[in-house]
Design a protein around this ligand. Structure first.
Ligand SMILES: Cc1cc2nc3c(=O)[nH]c(=O)nc-3n(C[C@H](O)[C@H](O)[C@H](O)COP(=O)(O)OP(=O)(O)OC[C@H]3O[C@@H](n4cnc5c(N)ncnc54)[C@H](O)[C@@H]3O)c2cc1C
Length: 295
Protein backbone atom coordinates (compact mmCIF):
# COMPACT_ATOMS: atom_id res chain seq x y z
CA UNK A 1 0.00 0.00 0.00
CA UNK A 2 1.14 3.55 -0.66
CA UNK A 3 0.11 6.29 1.72
CA UNK A 4 0.80 9.92 0.78
CA UNK A 5 0.64 12.48 3.59
CA UNK A 6 0.48 16.22 2.87
CA UNK A 7 2.21 18.15 5.62
CA UNK A 8 2.50 21.90 6.01
CA UNK A 9 5.16 23.74 7.96
CA UNK A 10 3.41 26.38 10.07
CA UNK A 11 4.52 28.96 12.60
CA UNK A 12 4.10 27.76 16.18
CA UNK A 13 0.86 29.57 16.99
CA UNK A 14 1.67 29.58 20.70
CA UNK A 15 4.54 31.94 19.92
CA UNK A 16 2.94 34.17 17.30
CA UNK A 17 2.59 37.89 17.98
CA UNK A 18 0.55 40.49 16.11
CA UNK A 19 2.25 43.76 15.17
CA UNK A 20 0.68 46.43 17.38
CA UNK A 21 0.52 49.03 14.58
CA UNK A 22 0.00 47.11 11.33
CA UNK A 23 -1.97 44.23 12.92
CA UNK A 24 -0.08 41.77 10.72
CA UNK A 25 1.35 38.51 12.00
CA UNK A 26 5.01 38.86 12.99
CA UNK A 27 6.66 35.68 11.71
CA UNK A 28 10.29 36.70 12.19
CA UNK A 29 11.98 34.59 14.83
CA UNK A 30 8.86 32.45 15.35
CA UNK A 31 9.78 28.76 15.39
CA UNK A 32 8.03 26.50 12.90
CA UNK A 33 6.35 23.16 13.54
CA UNK A 34 4.54 20.54 11.47
CA UNK A 35 0.83 21.39 11.48
CA UNK A 36 -0.63 19.27 14.36
CA UNK A 37 -3.44 17.71 12.28
CA UNK A 38 -0.83 16.67 9.70
CA UNK A 39 1.21 14.92 12.39
CA UNK A 40 -1.93 12.97 13.33
CA UNK A 41 -2.36 12.05 9.66
CA UNK A 42 1.28 10.92 9.50
CA UNK A 43 0.86 8.76 12.61
CA UNK A 44 -2.27 7.17 11.13
CA UNK A 45 -0.45 6.44 7.85
CA UNK A 46 2.52 4.92 9.70
CA UNK A 47 0.17 2.73 11.75
CA UNK A 48 -1.52 1.51 8.56
CA UNK A 49 1.92 0.72 7.18
CA UNK A 50 2.73 -1.30 10.33
CA UNK A 51 -0.51 -3.28 9.90
CA UNK A 52 -0.86 -3.70 6.14
CA UNK A 53 2.69 -3.06 4.88
CA UNK A 54 3.72 -0.53 2.28
CA UNK A 55 5.31 2.88 2.39
CA UNK A 56 4.59 6.45 3.37
CA UNK A 57 5.50 9.45 1.23
CA UNK A 58 5.30 12.92 2.77
CA UNK A 59 4.89 15.95 0.53
CA UNK A 60 4.89 19.65 1.22
CA UNK A 61 4.67 22.79 -0.88
CA UNK A 62 6.68 25.59 0.57
CA UNK A 63 9.96 27.49 0.66
CA UNK A 64 13.33 25.70 0.95
CA UNK A 65 13.16 25.83 4.75
CA UNK A 66 10.09 23.52 4.61
CA UNK A 67 12.63 20.71 4.06
CA UNK A 68 13.07 20.73 7.88
CA UNK A 69 9.45 19.58 8.31
CA UNK A 70 9.99 16.77 5.79
CA UNK A 71 13.20 15.67 7.52
CA UNK A 72 11.34 15.49 10.80
CA UNK A 73 8.64 13.35 9.17
CA UNK A 74 11.38 11.02 7.88
CA UNK A 75 12.74 10.61 11.42
CA UNK A 76 9.24 9.58 12.56
CA UNK A 77 9.31 6.77 9.99
CA UNK A 78 8.14 8.16 6.63
CA UNK A 79 9.94 6.44 3.76
CA UNK A 80 10.14 9.22 1.19
CA UNK A 81 9.81 13.02 1.17
CA UNK A 82 8.95 15.37 -1.68
CA UNK A 83 9.42 19.15 -1.43
CA UNK A 84 7.54 21.23 -3.99
CA UNK A 85 9.42 24.44 -4.15
CA UNK A 86 9.40 27.05 -6.89
CA UNK A 87 8.99 30.80 -7.05
CA UNK A 88 5.89 30.11 -9.17
CA UNK A 89 4.17 28.80 -6.00
CA UNK A 90 4.63 32.03 -4.01
CA UNK A 91 1.39 33.67 -2.89
CA UNK A 92 -0.80 30.61 -3.51
CA UNK A 93 -4.30 30.67 -2.06
CA UNK A 94 -6.18 27.45 -1.32
CA UNK A 95 -7.23 26.94 -4.95
CA UNK A 96 -3.66 27.24 -6.23
CA UNK A 97 -2.28 25.19 -3.31
CA UNK A 98 -4.66 22.30 -3.91
CA UNK A 99 -3.93 22.49 -7.65
CA UNK A 100 -0.15 22.24 -7.13
CA UNK A 101 -0.45 19.48 -4.53
CA UNK A 102 -2.87 17.47 -6.69
CA UNK A 103 -0.47 17.69 -9.64
CA UNK A 104 2.43 16.63 -7.42
CA UNK A 105 0.49 13.67 -5.99
CA UNK A 106 -0.38 12.52 -9.51
CA UNK A 107 3.32 12.81 -10.38
CA UNK A 108 4.26 10.88 -7.21
CA UNK A 109 1.88 8.17 -8.42
CA UNK A 110 3.55 8.06 -11.84
CA UNK A 111 7.11 8.20 -10.49
CA UNK A 112 6.92 5.95 -7.40
CA UNK A 113 3.62 4.12 -6.82
CA UNK A 114 -0.06 4.97 -7.15
CA UNK A 115 -1.34 6.20 -3.76
CA UNK A 116 -4.04 4.12 -2.06
CA UNK A 117 -4.82 6.75 0.58
CA UNK A 118 -3.92 10.43 0.44
CA UNK A 119 -3.95 12.09 3.85
CA UNK A 120 -4.23 15.75 4.75
CA UNK A 121 -4.87 17.34 8.11
CA UNK A 122 -8.38 18.63 8.73
CA UNK A 123 -7.01 22.17 8.59
CA UNK A 124 -3.91 24.18 9.32
CA UNK A 125 -3.36 26.34 12.38
CA UNK A 126 -2.27 29.33 10.27
CA UNK A 127 -4.47 29.52 7.13
CA UNK A 128 -7.22 27.57 8.93
CA UNK A 129 -9.47 27.18 5.88
CA UNK A 130 -9.83 23.35 5.72
CA UNK A 131 -10.19 23.70 1.94
CA UNK A 132 -6.99 22.14 0.63
CA UNK A 133 -7.86 18.47 1.38
CA UNK A 134 -11.27 18.55 -0.37
CA UNK A 135 -9.66 20.61 -3.19
CA UNK A 136 -7.10 17.86 -3.83
CA UNK A 137 -9.78 15.13 -3.68
CA UNK A 138 -11.90 16.95 -6.24
CA UNK A 139 -9.01 17.47 -8.63
CA UNK A 140 -7.83 13.85 -8.37
CA UNK A 141 -11.39 12.52 -8.44
CA UNK A 142 -10.89 10.69 -5.13
CA UNK A 143 -13.55 9.66 -2.63
CA UNK A 144 -13.16 12.01 0.33
CA UNK A 145 -13.58 11.26 4.01
CA UNK A 146 -13.40 14.39 6.13
CA UNK A 147 -13.05 14.95 9.90
CA UNK A 148 -11.72 11.43 10.39
CA UNK A 149 -10.80 10.55 13.98
CA UNK A 150 -9.55 7.03 13.31
CA UNK A 151 -9.00 4.56 10.46
CA UNK A 152 -10.73 1.38 11.59
CA UNK A 153 -9.65 -1.00 8.86
CA UNK A 154 -8.60 -1.49 5.26
CA UNK A 155 -9.73 -4.50 3.29
CA UNK A 156 -7.01 -4.97 0.70
CA UNK A 157 -8.95 -7.66 -1.18
CA UNK A 158 -12.13 -5.62 -1.70
CA UNK A 159 -10.13 -2.36 -1.67
CA UNK A 160 -12.34 -0.74 0.95
CA UNK A 161 -11.52 1.49 3.88
CA UNK A 162 -13.62 1.95 7.05
CA UNK A 163 -13.18 5.04 9.21
CA UNK A 164 -14.65 6.72 12.25
CA UNK A 165 -15.73 10.26 11.44
CA UNK A 166 -16.44 12.88 14.08
CA UNK A 167 -19.81 14.48 13.37
CA UNK A 168 -22.03 16.90 15.21
CA UNK A 169 -23.62 15.07 18.09
CA UNK A 170 -21.68 11.83 17.70
CA UNK A 171 -19.57 9.68 15.44
CA UNK A 172 -20.22 8.08 12.08
CA UNK A 173 -18.70 4.88 10.75
CA UNK A 174 -18.10 5.28 7.02
CA UNK A 175 -16.84 2.86 4.42
CA UNK A 176 -15.72 3.69 0.91
CA UNK A 177 -13.53 2.36 -1.84
CA UNK A 178 -9.85 3.01 -2.40
CA UNK A 179 -8.17 5.17 -3.53
CA UNK A 180 -9.47 7.93 -1.29
CA UNK A 181 -8.50 11.11 0.51
CA UNK A 182 -8.79 11.40 4.27
CA UNK A 183 -8.70 14.68 6.21
CA UNK A 184 -7.54 13.84 9.70
CA UNK A 185 -8.39 15.33 13.07
CA UNK A 186 -5.61 15.55 15.59
CA UNK A 187 -5.49 14.04 19.03
CA UNK A 188 -6.45 10.46 18.15
CA UNK A 189 -2.98 9.14 18.89
CA UNK A 190 0.25 10.74 19.97
CA UNK A 191 2.88 10.78 17.23
CA UNK A 192 5.43 8.06 17.81
CA UNK A 193 8.96 8.84 18.84
CA UNK A 194 11.27 8.10 15.93
CA UNK A 195 13.39 5.01 16.41
CA UNK A 196 17.17 5.18 16.10
CA UNK A 197 17.14 3.29 12.79
CA UNK A 198 14.53 5.73 11.42
CA UNK A 199 16.73 8.66 12.46
CA UNK A 200 19.76 7.08 10.76
CA UNK A 201 17.74 6.31 7.62
CA UNK A 202 16.32 9.85 7.62
CA UNK A 203 19.83 11.29 7.75
CA UNK A 204 20.75 9.25 4.67
CA UNK A 205 17.52 9.90 2.74
CA UNK A 206 17.60 12.61 0.12
CA UNK A 207 14.54 14.84 0.01
CA UNK A 208 13.16 14.86 -3.55
CA UNK A 209 12.90 18.49 -4.68
CA UNK A 210 10.50 19.30 -7.47
CA UNK A 211 9.88 22.55 -9.30
CA UNK A 212 6.47 23.26 -10.84
CA UNK A 213 7.71 21.71 -14.12
CA UNK A 214 9.04 18.60 -12.30
CA UNK A 215 5.59 18.13 -10.75
CA UNK A 216 4.09 18.05 -14.23
CA UNK A 217 2.64 21.56 -14.07
CA UNK A 218 2.73 22.72 -17.65
CA UNK A 219 1.06 26.07 -17.01
CA UNK A 220 2.61 27.89 -14.00
CA UNK A 221 -0.04 30.62 -14.31
CA UNK A 222 -2.36 28.20 -12.47
CA UNK A 223 -0.09 28.41 -9.41
CA UNK A 224 1.02 31.10 -7.03
CA UNK A 225 -0.33 34.60 -7.04
CA UNK A 226 -1.46 34.40 -10.68
CA UNK A 227 -3.51 31.28 -10.02
CA UNK A 228 -5.05 32.66 -6.82
CA UNK A 229 -8.38 34.46 -7.06
CA UNK A 230 -8.52 35.16 -3.28
CA UNK A 231 -8.14 38.86 -2.51
CA UNK A 232 -7.34 39.90 1.05
CA UNK A 233 -9.23 43.16 1.57
CA UNK A 234 -8.32 43.81 5.17
CA UNK A 235 -6.35 42.19 7.96
CA UNK A 236 -7.31 43.01 11.51
CA UNK A 237 -7.04 41.64 15.01
CA UNK A 238 -10.35 40.76 16.67
CA UNK A 239 -11.55 43.39 19.12
CA UNK A 240 -11.64 42.13 22.66
CA UNK A 241 -15.11 41.80 24.08
CA UNK A 242 -15.95 43.91 27.09
CA UNK A 243 -17.75 41.58 29.39
CA UNK A 244 -18.13 42.33 33.03
CA UNK A 245 -19.09 39.86 35.70
CA UNK A 246 -22.60 40.43 37.04
CA UNK A 247 -23.76 39.77 40.54
CA UNK A 248 -27.05 38.09 41.37
CA UNK A 249 -28.57 38.85 44.73
CA UNK A 250 -28.97 35.57 46.57
CA UNK A 251 -29.90 36.95 49.99
CA UNK A 252 -32.61 34.88 51.62
CA UNK A 253 -33.49 33.15 48.37
CA UNK A 254 -33.96 29.40 47.99
CA UNK A 255 -31.57 27.63 45.62
CA UNK A 256 -34.25 26.94 42.97
CA UNK A 257 -35.06 30.67 42.79
CA UNK A 258 -31.36 31.56 42.42
CA UNK A 259 -31.04 29.00 39.61
CA UNK A 260 -34.16 30.43 37.93
CA UNK A 261 -32.74 33.99 38.13
CA UNK A 262 -29.47 32.78 36.66
CA UNK A 263 -31.11 30.99 33.72
CA UNK A 264 -33.46 33.93 33.07
CA UNK A 265 -30.41 36.27 32.98
CA UNK A 266 -28.61 34.01 30.49
CA UNK A 267 -31.68 33.84 28.22
CA UNK A 268 -32.11 37.61 28.44
CA UNK A 269 -28.51 38.03 27.21
CA UNK A 270 -28.81 35.41 24.46
CA UNK A 271 -32.45 35.10 23.32
CA UNK A 272 -31.58 32.69 20.50
CA UNK A 273 -30.27 30.19 23.03
CA UNK A 274 -33.76 29.63 24.39
CA UNK A 275 -35.01 28.50 21.01
CA UNK A 276 -31.86 26.47 20.26
CA UNK A 277 -32.27 24.50 23.47
CA UNK A 278 -35.91 23.80 22.79
CA UNK A 279 -37.27 26.05 25.55
CA UNK A 280 -40.29 27.26 23.67
CA UNK A 281 -41.73 29.29 26.52
CA UNK A 282 -45.27 29.59 27.75
CA UNK A 283 -46.91 28.15 24.64
CA UNK A 284 -45.91 24.87 26.25
CA UNK A 285 -45.16 23.10 22.98
CA UNK A 286 -42.10 21.43 24.34
CA UNK A 287 -41.55 19.97 27.77
CA UNK A 288 -38.96 22.37 29.13
CA UNK A 289 -39.62 24.53 32.17
CA UNK A 290 -40.67 28.11 31.45
CA UNK A 291 -38.17 30.40 33.13
CA UNK A 292 -39.26 33.56 31.35
CA UNK A 293 -40.45 35.61 34.30
CA UNK A 294 -42.49 38.00 32.15
CA UNK A 295 -44.65 35.31 30.56
C1 LIG B 1 -7.53 35.13 3.45
C2 LIG B 1 -6.21 34.45 3.20
C3 LIG B 1 -5.21 35.10 2.50
C4 LIG B 1 -3.99 34.50 2.26
N1 LIG B 1 -3.03 35.16 1.56
C5 LIG B 1 -1.86 34.58 1.30
C6 LIG B 1 -0.88 35.24 0.57
O1 LIG B 1 -1.06 36.36 0.13
N2 LIG B 1 0.30 34.59 0.37
C7 LIG B 1 0.51 33.32 0.84
O2 LIG B 1 1.58 32.77 0.61
N3 LIG B 1 -0.41 32.67 1.52
C8 LIG B 1 -1.59 33.26 1.76
N4 LIG B 1 -2.54 32.61 2.46
C9 LIG B 1 -2.26 31.29 2.92
C10 LIG B 1 -2.56 30.27 1.87
O3 LIG B 1 -3.76 30.48 1.23
C11 LIG B 1 -2.60 28.97 2.56
O4 LIG B 1 -1.37 28.76 3.22
C12 LIG B 1 -2.75 27.77 1.66
O5 LIG B 1 -3.64 27.96 0.64
C13 LIG B 1 -3.22 26.60 2.45
O6 LIG B 1 -4.44 26.90 3.04
P1 LIG B 1 -4.67 26.57 4.55
O7 LIG B 1 -3.43 26.90 5.29
O8 LIG B 1 -5.92 27.20 4.97
O9 LIG B 1 -4.81 24.99 4.52
P2 LIG B 1 -6.03 24.06 4.96
O10 LIG B 1 -6.97 23.92 3.85
O11 LIG B 1 -6.56 24.45 6.30
O12 LIG B 1 -5.15 22.75 5.10
C14 LIG B 1 -5.69 21.46 5.14
C15 LIG B 1 -4.58 20.47 4.95
O13 LIG B 1 -4.05 20.59 3.63
C16 LIG B 1 -2.66 20.29 3.65
N5 LIG B 1 -1.90 21.45 3.20
C17 LIG B 1 -2.27 22.75 3.19
N6 LIG B 1 -1.28 23.52 2.69
C18 LIG B 1 -0.27 22.68 2.37
C19 LIG B 1 1.03 22.84 1.81
N7 LIG B 1 1.51 24.04 1.47
N8 LIG B 1 1.80 21.73 1.62
C20 LIG B 1 1.33 20.51 1.95
N9 LIG B 1 0.13 20.29 2.49
C21 LIG B 1 -0.67 21.36 2.70
C22 LIG B 1 -2.29 19.94 5.08
O14 LIG B 1 -2.39 18.55 5.25
C23 LIG B 1 -3.39 20.67 5.85
O15 LIG B 1 -3.61 20.11 7.13
C24 LIG B 1 -3.76 33.20 2.73
C25 LIG B 1 -4.77 32.53 3.43
C26 LIG B 1 -5.99 33.15 3.67
C27 LIG B 1 -7.07 32.43 4.43
Amino acid sequence: MHFVVCIKQVPDSAQIRVHPVTNTIMRQGVPTIINPHDLAALEEALKLCDTYGGEVTVVTMGPKMAEDALRKALTFGAHRAVLLTDRHFAGSDTLATSFALAQAIAEIGDTFATPDVVFTGKQTIDGDTAQVGPGIAKRLDLQQLTYVAKILSIDAASREITVERRAEGGSQILRTRLPCLVTMLDGADAIRRGRLDDALRAARTKVVKWSAADAGIAEPANCGLRGSPTVVKRVFAPTSREQKARQIDTTNKPLCEIAGDLIAAIFADQPALKHDLGFLGSTGQQGAPDVDRES
